[in-house]
Write a protein that binds this ligand. Structure first.
Ligand SMILES: [Cu+2]
Length: 143
């Protein structure tokens, strides 16, 4: 009955992995395979996914040419005005944790890149059910 036993172990591992993945936040690689660069359609990228508190963004780019600048203001975002910058990342492989619900604005701080379209804004929602309680299908020791 080795096959049955293996199947049970396999199923259990799969269920456990799904639970762990479900409880932890999701990492969104910005721009998908194209990464963080001018010429990528970030509007398209943003509209195809959902962001919630606990998720994170991974920016992969050439640090010699780009950075990741987080802006606080929608007007700053619209006009590529870096004066409302709240954070700047420049390692070329930056993870930004989405720790609060609300709108986030990201642009590239290199001259001209924001105006050229290397920017996006996202709406981050609270996890459902409310942030304080674990997801109902999460086993407590995973959360
Ligand atoms: Cu850039």
């Amino acid at each position: 009955m080795a096959v049955t036993k293996n199947a049970i172990i396999c199923l259990f591992t799969l269920v456990a992995a799904t639970l762990i993945a479900g409880c932890m936040g999701m990492t969104h690689k910005v721009g998908g395979s194209e990464g963080w660069a001018p010429g990528v359609d970030y509007y398209d990228w943003v509209t195809s996914r959902h962001f919630q508190v606990g998720d994170s963004l991974l920016f992969a780019y050439d640090k010699n040419f780009h950075d990741v600048t987080e802006l606080a203001s929608p007007l700053g975002f619209e006009f590529c005005d870096m004066s409302s910058a709240t954070a700047r990342y420049k390692t070329g492989n930056d993870v930004v944790n989405l720790t609060r619900p609300g709108r986030y604005y990201f642009v590239c701080g290199a001259p001209g890149h924001c105006h050229a379209g290397q920017r996006f804004d996202i709406l981050v929602t609270s996890p459902l059910p409310p942030a304080s309680s674990p997801r109902p299908w999460c086993l407590p020791w995973f959360c």
